[in-house]
Design a protein around this ligand. Structure first.
Ligand SMILES: Cc1cc2nc3c(=O)[nH]c(=O)nc-3n(C[C@H](O)[C@H](O)[C@H](O)COP(=O)(O)OP(=O)(O)OC[C@H]3O[C@@H](n4cnc5c(N)ncnc54)[C@H](O)[C@@H]3O)c2cc1C
Length: 480
């Protein structure tokens, strides 16, 4: 007598945003059933109320899956010279629902992949609803998922509902999960002018690694400082939106707010010039000094210490390039101000995005500390594949760190270096960028054997890194 095979138990995905929709799709495409829980819905009108009650987050306007809450752009689609374009290319290779729906609903935007947001969200919703292995439950998961959900992907995003956020916070043992956040810019190290800046820790103090030259220092004279303060005070600031009502972290005030308190405040705060000596001008005391601290294990990205800001993005590049040594700075991430919910992933997650203290819970999307629509969908893609492989009794390692996908996993699960934690984590959300991938040698000669001009070598290096990433991803896929 033949017995029918035991049905595969479903995986639960919480959150039908960019990450959750992609995760659900990847799991179902692997042949594993999925229940996707999304809280946004229209409730029938209650007695006396006019029209249906709409359950939304503070930013979402619709009940459509994968709603883009702000811009309609997935940013550059150039896989050769842009890290997010490379991430697109990798995701396309892996049957990404988000990329496929975006390609289908593309609108003209130069080299960027921008979409008709309603058409895009409708397409994702249609394909998820039509998938025979996916069931959608329109409900809030208001606390930790029931124990009998043995495999869960939590993809509830920056605006995770408070009941679930509180439960995760408690489980994590961390002090904080959701906050109104001002973040400092991060700079590619190769764009810092080391003929002006120098390496030294304040008072040559050795760090835990025995390094007494852990910081990069940019000196300012009085005139430069005064001009900088004027530019800071005059620069256009991002306005608060009415959904942004969570307070600042203590000790994390935007620099413009400090400057408004007095022209000298910054010189006595993050720009204090004490304990540092410019080796090129040892007898002259700098009037103010901007410090940068290494931000990733590779040493390719450096964080402007104490420079959290709510200056508008366009103004930031202009104002911060006034700092001597940063005149040609290339920003891996600009500073910003927004409400965000994310976990301290480097401490809490393993390399397959499982929570170490509760491995039935996997995290994906902005909750893991990646930033942006594409990066969120990318971690959803991986979390979905990891969860499906586990359910099917297979092992799936993360893609290598030379790929954009692998670099993202490495960043959120370990690549970041903890700063001098002021009672809080220094881990901050980040977009994909080449600084997260191990560097290659800068090529001097092109494929055609012709010498590459100096100013084009940075681009050539990006292309080399992209080619390496796609080749390594192919190899990973062949072994997966
Ligand atoms: C105001 C704002 C503007 C932004 N603008 C941009 C931008 O222009 N470009 C960009 O690239 N990124 C932007 N981001 C970042 C953006 O949120 C992420 O890039 C992306 O949407 C995150 O994807 P996600 O899947 O992690 O979260 P989301 O896309 O937000 O999806 C999370 C889903 O989980 C649901 N959910 C929450 N809690 C529960 C619960 N307890 N039970 C069930 N469902 C739940 C939500 O309703 C939502 O549908 C912005 C973020 C915010 C907050």
């Amino acid at each position: 007598m033949s017995t029918s095979p035991k049905p595969v138990a479903p995986i639960h995905v919480i959150g039908g945003g960019l990450a959750g929709s992609e995760a659900a799709w990847q799991i179902a495409q692997a042949g594993v059933p999925v229940v996707l829980h999304e809280m946004r819905r229209d409730l029938p009108s209650s007695s006396g109320a006019v029209g249906p009650t709409k359950v939304r987050t503070d930013a979402h306007q619709t009940d459509g899956l994968a709603e883009m809450v702000c811009s309609n752009s997935f940013r550059s689609d150039d896989w050769q010279f842009n890290a997010v374009g490379l991430l697109h290319a990798e995701m396309r290779k892996l049957d990404s629902l988000i990329l496929s729906a975006a390609d289908q609903h593309q609108v003209p935007a130069g080299g960027a992949l921008a979409v008709d947001r309603d058409g895009f969200s409708a397409e994702v919703t249609r394909r998820i609803e039509a998938h025979p292995l996916i069931t959608i439950e329109r409900e809030e998961v208001a606390g930790l998922p029931p124990e009998d959900w043995d495999s869960v992907v939590v993809a509830t995003g920056p605006l995770t509902s408070p009941a679930l956020a509180d439960a995760i916070l408690e489980l994590s043992g961390e002090g904080q999960l959701s906050f109104f956040d001002a973040i400092a810019p991060i700079i590619h190290v190769e764009s810092i002018d080391m003929d002006i800046a120098w390496r030294q820790s304040r008072y040559d103090k050795e760090g835990p690694g025995g390094d007494a030259a852990a910081y990069i220092n940019c000196p300012m004279n009085k005139a430069q400082y005064e001009a900088f303060i004027d530019a800071l005070l005059e620069g256009p600031k991002a306005e608060f939106k009415d959904w942004e009502h969570v307070p600042y972290f203590d000790g994390c005030l935007p620099i413009e707010v400090m400057a408004e308190r007095g022209r000298e405040t910054l010189r006595h705060g993050p720009m204090k010039p004490v304990g540092l000596t410019n080796p090129r001008d040892p007898t002259v005391k700098a009037y103010a000094i901007v410090q940068l601290r290494q931000d990733n294990a590779l040493g390719t990205l450096w964080n402007m210490v104490g420079f959290q800001t709510k200056l508008k993005h366009g103004a930031q590049a202009e104002v911060f390039r006034m700092i001597p040594g940063l005149q040609n700075a290339q920003f891996a991430r600009l500073g910003g101000l927004h409400r965000n919910t994310f976990i301290n992933s480097p401490r809490l997650l393993d390399r397959s995005l499982r929570m170490k203290v509760a491995p039935r819970l996997r995290f994906a999307g902005q909750m893991t500390g990646v930033e942006g629509y594409v990066e969120s969908a990318a971690t959803g893609l991986l979390a979905g594949r990891f969860a499906a492989a586990e359910r099917l009794g297979k092992t799936l390692d993360a893609p290598p760190p030379t790929t954009a996908l692998g670099a993202l996993v490495d960043h959120v699960t370990g690549g970041h270096i903890e700063g001098e934690a002021l009672g809080k984590t220094s881990f901050q959300p980040m977009n994909i960028n080449y600084g997260l991938l191990p560097p290659t040698e800068t090529p001097k000669v092109g494929d055609d054997g012709v010498k590459i001009p100096m100013k084009e070598r940075g681009r050539a290096k990006k292309r080399l890194m992209s080619l390496r990433a796609l080749a390594d991803l192919d190899q990973w896929m062949a072994g997966a």
